[in-house]
Design a protein around this ligand. Structure first.
Ligand SMILES: [Zn+2]
Length: 307
């Protein structure tokens, strides 16, 4: 009887530990990432050597995400925390101030990437605001730098598996090179340079690399500020001028702005996936950063036909 109770208690403890990532979980390295691309890179480079968790629940839009005190405790119990940059996760200071840094490696995965600025005019102010664009991962070559940072972090915490990590990372690097080559083919000399986007300004790095013009009624990097009716009207005029028949919309939010524009122009609504996070269905169907980016290229090519 005693033995039965003991087994029950041990079983219960294991079940509880299984809910949150802890260092005792199978004695594996635990990694927490803020966004999907880093999560995907850890998954591919480390495979079964680590327990990796995506901080954002599936389907949650990340710009409005704020970690709770409990979330910060969970991060503090991990071995590695990989975030994007201070523009994407402005709450990173709060994490750094509230965890013990001796046992946790905090990695800024954008380290080494040159940030671009997005100039914008504030509606009620004369001055122009300069902001750095957090969406570095939407350029495949930046994604490669992030994957390299992920690799370096894994090796520094778990040097015993260096060769394993390097071998897997090389497969991923080759895939990212191939993705970049495919993007070059589509975007170095596109039939059209203008993309109409009914979401927040997320594809600046891609536009920057290929000289594309992305027009959006949103003024900033956050999807939380609603666009003005005037901005929407101007965009509709421009679409009609250029005879553009596709309005792209953003993942994980209700695409009501894109819908308004589609209704008024008769344009097709097509998802252009910013890959910040994915839905449960996408996760289950095996979506990767590369698969999302390939689909984006395909959809942009279709849109350029103006049919
Ligand atoms: Zn964003």
């Amino acid at each position: 009887m005693k033995k039965y109770i003991l087994t029950l208690i041990v079983g219960l403890t294991l079940a509880l530990n299984g809910c949150t990532p802890t260092q005792s979980d199978n004695n594996k390295i635990t990694v927490i990432t803020s966004l999907f691309p880093q999560y995907d890179f850890v998954r591919q480079i480390a495979q079964d050597k680590v327990n990796v968790t995506l901080l954002l629940p599936a389907g949650v839009e990340p710009h409005s995400f704020e970690p709770t005190p409990q979330t910060i405790v969970t991060i503090g119990n991990a071995d590695i925390f990989i975030y994007t940059n201070a523009m994407m996760e402005p709450w990173i200071e709060k994490v750094i101030d509230n965890v013990k840094l001796d046992n946790l490696l905090i990695v800024e995965s954008s380290l080494g990437i040159e940030y671009i600025e997005h100039l914008e005019e504030e509606e009620f102010e004369e001055e122009e605001l300069e902001e750095l664009d957090p969406h570095v991962w939407l350029d495949p070559m930046n994604a490669k730098i992030m994957a390299q940072n992920v690799l370096d972090a894994l090796i520094s915490v778990d040097p015993e598996n260096t060769e394993f990590y390097k071998t897997n990372a090389n497969v991923l690097f080759a895939e990212l090179d191939e993705l970049k080559a495919d993007y070059d083919e589509v975007f170095l000399d596109p039939t059209q340079k203008t993309i109409i986007y009914g979401g927040h300004f997320a594809f600046g790095y891609l536009a920057n690399r290929y000289g594309l013009e992305i027009l959006s009624p949103y003024t900033g990097f956050s999807p939380n500020a609603e666009p003005t009716p005037q901005a929407i009207a101007e965009l509709i005029d421009r679409m009609n001028e250029l005879n553009i028949k596709t309005i792209y919309y953003q993942e994980l939010i209700d695409p009501k702005t894109a819908r308004v524009i589609a209704e008024q122009t008769g344009a097709k609504m097509v998802l252009l996936h910013g890959a910040h996070n994915v839905t449960t269905e996408e996760l289950q169907s095996g979506a990767t950063y590369v698969s999302i980016m390939r689909e984006n290229a395909q959809k942009l090519m279709e849109g350029f036909k103006n049919e």
